[in-house]
Design a binder for this molecule. Sequence first.
Ligand code: AOF
Ligand code: ZN
Length: 357
Amino acid sequence: MRAALLLAGRGLGNTWPNPSVGCVIVKDGVVVGRGWTAPGGRPHAETEALGRAGRAAYGATAYVTLEPCCHWGRTPPCTGALIAAGVARVVVALRDPDPRVDGQGLDQLRAAGIEVTEGVLREEAMAVTAGFIKRVADGLPLVTLKLASTLDGRIATRTGESRWITGPAARRAVHAMRARHDAVLVGSGTLLADDPDLTCRLDGAAKIPTVRVVADARLRTPPTARLFTSTAPAWVATRPGHPAQALEALQARGAEIIEVPAAETGAGLDAGALMRALAVRGLTRVMVEGGAGLAAALLRAGLVDRLAWFHAPAVMGADGRPAADASPLDVLAAMPRFRRVSAVSLGPDLLSEFEAA
Ligand code: AOF
Ligand code: ZN
C-alpha cells in the first residue's frame, strides 16, 4: 500500500476532476503490475496495473489507494476488470466518497467472492486524496497558500520590488509545487505587478497544463497579459455586470470568464463563492500565489488548508509589503492557526509547510 500511495502521488495535479489513485498487484510475493491514474483522470489506476500484470493477475492481491469504481462512466467499472482478471484479494485504503461508488464497489467485489480488506494506511491515503475528497464532500478544492517572504514576512519593498527574495532552489520548488496542483490562482494586483505566465516549467515533468486563474473583481486584467500567451487554460474570475465588450476582449485571447459574486465588504470577490466555482469546474487542488489581498481574504474565510511558506534569511522592515494584508484582529482567539508538518532547507531559504489546525 505504501508503494501504491507513492504511485498515487505521481498523478497529483494531473487527474482532475478525478482523484489520483495508485494500484500495485502482487502475486506470490512479487509485484506483477503497477499503475496510477492517467493524465486527465483516465484510464484508472486499476486498469493500468491490470494491463501490465496480464494473466499474472489471476489469484493475485491488488492494493488500491481508493475503493475501485463500480459505475459506467467514461470507462468501464474497475470492479468488473478486477473480477474478470480473477484477482483473489483487494486491499483498499479509503472508501470513494463519490455517490456512484461509496461502498458499492467493495460490495460488488465481495459478492464476486473476492476477499476485501479496507482501511489500510487510511490516514496517508487521506493526505494524497484530500483534494478529491474535498471537492466531492464539501464542494471546495483543497487550497494551498504559497508565500515567499523575508523573515519579517515582507514580500516586496514599498516601491514594489520583489524579484527575487528567495533563491533559485526555492523557486524551482515552487514549479514542482505547481505541478502537483490542478490550478494556480493569483489576484489581479499580482497579475498587474508581475505579469506572470504562471506555467509549470520543470524539466522532465510530464504534466497536463496547469490551469491559471486570476481573481479579478474589477476586471483589470489586460488582454495583453502574458498569461494569455501560453496555451494552458486561463480563467478570469470576476463579478457580474462588466460590459460585454470588455469580457469579449479577454475571451478573444482564450480566457474563460467565471462570474462570482463580489465580497460583502465590497473589495474583491466572495472568497467562498470563488472556491466553490472552481470546484464546480472540477478543480481538486488549487495553489494560491498571492497577492496579499487574496491571501488575507482566504485566511479570514478559513479557506486555506495548507500553507507553504518560504522564508529568505533577510529582513526588510515595516515599510515592506506584508504577505497578507492587514485584517482587523482584536483577539488572538480569532487568528487562523496552523500546525507545521515539515521544514526543509532549500539553499539559503527555508520552506515550512503547515496544515490548518
Ligand atoms: C478508480 N480508480 O484510478 C480513479 C477512480 O468519469 P470516470 O468514469 O473516469 O469516473 C470518475 C470517478 O471514478 C471519480 O469520481 C472517482 O469516483 C473514481 N475515480 N476510481 O477506481 C481510479 N481515478
Ligand atoms: Zn475505476
